[in-house]
Ligand binder design. Structure first.
Ligand code: AMP
Length: 309
């Protein structure tokens, strides 16, 4: 099937208790596209970079069969730059710098050959841009998923709620779910948020896994217990890319298949955090991914023995 990803392609500078990077390649769109490239789909991306963005990374995406017709390169302008510093627990971070640059006036142009796309993944971007993309598609995709962050809740809540009302799956973390709903209990939060529109809600809980809510059903997927989390940047985007890549390649949007998609996303995210930036994602093979998915299956698999008397 075909999958369209919309998201930032960026430079990041990251500081963790393990070390520090200069400008490296990042961006939600980059992580989503890399993760989704492990699945057999026609992949498209809508994004924007400046003249300073390295051609090698674009070549790498192209080699992974990502169609770059919708990636605008702005002459004389600079790529979006984000810098963050993680606290010792690696679960929380401070944003040190956000330079919007090319993202400030981003007009998401949809190339004609992207029309009719089957699956749409809206990465974390301004909710106005996200809704514009949906409105510019001449046919509604089979499934639209979106990610967002507290930043947009703080400055653009009305626009954000409008966009959330247009999608099928919302993917956010526990803190964001609480802020969006005003409820502490994630079960209550899931009801409030689903009343805004999305039939499916995924709440990510970092090292504590992820929850999928739909109707009266809930599914819980653990995160793989890792000895060391080196850099969590992009884990959420990688999760989303794996989730949508798997769904598109199997072309099955049932609750049962979404469970499998979540395990695929979690397995890819567990690789992402092992090295800085996109490094680990660009070096693993399909076999590495399959082996890790088996580890997930083993992690929660048990047989109940019925004791009589
Ligand atoms: P995550 O760790 O999943 O929250 O995603 C981190 C990625 O999101 C980084 O690679 C950043 O370049 C990108 N990012 C951070 N803030 C924004 C923003 N306001 N808009 C778009 N992308 C962003």
């Amino acid at each position: 099937m075909s999958l369209l990803t919309v998201g930032s392609v960026a430079f990041d500078a990251i500081e963790t208790p393990f070390g520090k990077t200069d400008k490296i390649i990042g961006g939600a769109g980059t992580y989503i596209a890399l993760a989704a490239s492990f699945y057999n789909n026609e992949q498209n991306i809508v994004s924007v970079v400046g003249e300073d963005f390295p051609q090698e990374m674009l070549d790498q995406l192209a080699q992974r069969n990502v169609n770059l017709d919708g990636l605008q390169i702005k002459k004389g302008e600079k790529t979006f730059f984000w810098s963050g510093k993680y606290h010792n627990d690696m679960n929380s971070r401070d944003t040190l710098v956000t330079e919007l640059n090319v993202l400030e006036h981003f007009d998401p142009i949809i190339p004609e050959n992207y029309q009719g796309v089957d699956y749409l993944m809206l990465g974390n971007l301004s909710p106005q841009v996200q809704s514009q993309v949906i409105e510019r598609l001449t046919e509604r995709p089979k499934l639209i998923a979106m990610d967002t962050m507290n930043f947009w809740m703080d400055i653009a809540m009305d626009d954000l709620k409008k966009t959330i009302g247009m999608v099928d799956v919302l993917i956010i973390n526990d803190e964001e779910a609480r802020q969006l709903s005003g409820e502490y209990s994630l079960v209550k939060a899931s009801k409030v948020i689903r009343a805004m529109g999305p039939k499916f809600l995924i709440i990510k809980k970092g090292e504590h896994g992820a929850l999928l809510f739909h109707g009266d059903s809930v599914f819980f997927a653990p995160a793989l217990p890792l000895e060391e989390v080196f850099d969590p940047t992009g884990a959420g985007d990688t999760f989303a890319g794996g989730f949508m890549g798997y769904l598109a390649s199997t072309d099955d949007i049932s609750f049962e298949n979404m469970k499998r998609a979540i395990i695929n996303g979690s397995a890819l995210a567990s690789f992402c955090v092992e090295k800085f930036g996109t490094e680990r994602l660009t070096t693993i093979s399909r076999e590495d991914l399959d082996a890790r998915i088996e580890e997930f299956v083993a992690l929660t698999n048990f047989e109940m023995v019925h004791v009589i008397g």
